[in-house]
Design a protein around this ligand. Structure first.
Ligand code: AMP
Length: 178
């Protein structure tokens, strides 16, 4: 399946969750067996040469792709969650959003010192979420080899922001606009 065919499985919903946003909805791609397999195989092809120790996924859609990728590679999966969701002792990071702030958390001790990590989310927009997750992982001693996304919105500059932080960044698909 070509990247264009894969991208055609992503549904775009205008003005969600607020006016002006073109929401790139991957649930339509996830519901397509061939599409899901193809997406995960593309991601695995990018990550396999790095031979990471861990795949870290960002809540919530990042969990789906990160877990599938971890399974495909035979690696462990670790979740980075929104505040207050993880049951054990956590470490966290606060980060700035367009309006207000948010917080990401990780179970204490789930990132071994020097662990070679690939960070996964469904989409990179401004890069703020992935920058915060990468910083949290580094603060815990992780070595973030790459941040990998199903979708990049290149007009928003997230990839450049992440790479300026020293995080190699890749995506399977790209969509113009916001
Ligand atoms: P950012 O921190 O700006 O890179 O935003 C990335 C996070 O917000 C990811 O977890 C995405 O799932 C979500 N997100 C941002 N913009 C969109 C969009 N246009 N369509 C779908 N998800 C989005």
């Amino acid at each position: 399946m070509s990247i264009d065919s894969l991208a055609a499985l992503v549904r775009t919903i205008s003005d969600f969750p607020k006016p002006g946003i073109q929401f790139r909805d991957i649930t339509t791609l996830l519901a397509d067996g061939a599409g899901l397999r193809e997406l995960v195989e593309h991601m695995a092809g990018i990550v396999r040469p790095l031979d990471p120790d861990l795949i870290v996924g960002v809540e919530a859609r990042g969990f789906i792709l990160a877990a599938a990728l971890a399974h495909a590679l035979g690696k462990g999966f670790v979740p980075v969650r929104k505040a207050g969701k993880l049951p054990g002792r956590t470490v966290g990071i606060d980060y700035v959003l367009e309006y207000g702030t948010d917080r990401l958390e990780l179970h204490e001790g789930q990132v071994p010192q020097g662990a070679r990590i690939v960070l996964v989310d469904d989409l990179i927009a401004t890069g703020g979420t992935a920058q915060a997750a990468a910083q949290l992982l580094r603060e815990q001693g992780g070595n973030v080899l790459m941040a990998l996304f199903a979708i990049d919105l290149p007009d928003l500059g997230g990839r450049q922001a992440l790479e300026a932080d020293g995080v190699a960044t890749a995506a399977v698909m790209a969509f113009a606009g916001h």
